[in-house]
Write a protein that binds this ligand. Structure first.
Ligand SMILES: [Zn+2]
Length: 382
């Protein structure tokens, strides 16, 4: 497992060495960083190349040398620094258009890094234009993984504003502070410098998004929001004995055989392997699945909860399944009757969520859109 420092830089690339210093040296216990990835503007990249990555005077190399770190152990070179706008670099973020473009690029940058296998990320939200770091936090929220960290590195004010300060060296060093005319106004000693970090907890929405899609930031937020809204109040609770089901806040009574068939779809839904099952169809059933021996057993089990095993009702249903009198047509007829009843009881927003819908033109499969997390499992067998 490798750790990637994901950083945004403006014209003060110090924040990168300061953050490296914090995680590798200051933090107890330290966190090793295997790779640095930076998104910056075109002038920002030039600045990084001159001040941090210059082979002779680059501060990244002097930091490694000061602390006996082999610079090859941390992948940080020109290829690690991406420029906003790519081939049409953005110099600075001034207009709304720049800002929207920045948002999309930061999201794309974050997503790509989050897809690197066996890695976790430290998203550093110090440094860079506020628009960029704001988007980095939001992008981390969309794509961050369970162990990722959102980190804000802080440097004591005197040093933060000092252009010559990059990290706290092992040997104390004096530094001059000059005014705009170049006159020395005071002298600082690096022993007084402090670099620390606050790690910020953040929501992780990755599971709500399909990482295969390449979407714009606005759309991603829209999708995540819809899915969150969706999870809250679309509860499904069965009351088998009374052959009814609670859908959201509406109770719908079905015929005994209908409730058993409707139940069957939820039985497969809650077994679905997808985290978010709201719009998945993996747990849908074909007509042949519906009438398989195993599924007929499930239907009969539920039916038995309504009518006892010794009842005439139970015997008749069980017999007709045995004699294969109840084929595909029987199931399709019931699906259609269930949907008719649901439509009568539910409004235009509720009906599409709870009805038995079909998917695919060829070899149609049937299932219910509602997410499996909305199903009250404890009511499934009662
Ligand atoms: Zn599913």
């Amino acid at each position: 497992m490798k750790t990637i420092l994901v950083s945004i830089a403006g014209l003060s690339p110090q924040i990168i060495t300061e953050t490296l210093y914090y995680y590798l040296i200051e933090r107890k216990p330290p966190i090793w960083i295997n790779e640095v990835k930076v998104l910056t503007t075109y002038p920002g990249k030039q600045k990084i190349m001159e001040t941090l990555l210059d082979k002779n005077n680059g501060k990244f190399y002097s930091f490694c040398k000061d602390y006996n770190i082999n610079p090859k152990d941390i992948k940080f070179d020109e290829s690690s620094v991406l420029v906003l706008g790519g081939d049409a670099p953005i110099e600075d973020i001034i207009s709304d258009k720049d800002s929207a473009e920045t948002g999309n690029e930061v999201v794309k940058f974050t997503k790509e890094i989050s897809m690197i296998p066996d890695s976790n990320c430290i998203y550093s939200i110090a440094g860079g234009r506020k628009t960029m770091t704001a988007y980095l936090s939001l992008a981390a929220q969309l794509y961050g993984k369970d162990d990722d960290v959102l980190s804000h590195t802080l440097v004591s004010p005197d040093f933060e504003s000092n252009r010559d300060f990059y990290y706290i060296p092992p040997e104390n060093k004096e530094m001059e502070v000059k005014d705009t005319f170049g006159n020395i106004i005071k002298t600082l000693n690096t022993k007084d410098a402090k670099i620390y970090s606050s790690e910020i907890v953040f929501l992780k929405l990755r599971k709500f998004l399909n990482t295969k899609d390449d979407l714009f930031y606005d759309d991603l937020v829209g999708i995540a929001q819809k899915r969150i809204d969706f999870c809250g109040d679309k509860i499904v609770a069965f009351d088998i004995k009374n052959t009814s089901v609670l859908l959201g806040n509406k109770k719908v009574k079905l015929r005994p055989i209908e409730i058993c068939i409707y139940y069957l779809f939820y039985y497969f839904k809650i077994k679905c392997k997808n985290d978010f099952c709201g719009d998945c169809t993996d747990c849908y059933l074909s007509v042949n699945d519906l009438s398989s021996d195993d599924n007929i057993k499930i239907i009969l089990n539920v039916y038995e909860k309504i009518y006892s095993k010794n009842s005439g009702h139970f015997e008749r249903l069980s017999e007709s399944f045995k004699n294969q009198n109840k084929g595909n047509e029987f199931f399709m007829q019931n699906v259609s009757n269930i949907n008719k009843k649901l439509k009568k009881h539910l409004n235009a927003f509720e009906y599409p969520v709870y009805r038995i819908s079909k998917t695919g033109n060829y070899g149609k499969r049937y299932g219910i859109f509602v997410d499996k997390r909305n199903v009250k499992r404890e009511t499934l067998y009662g």
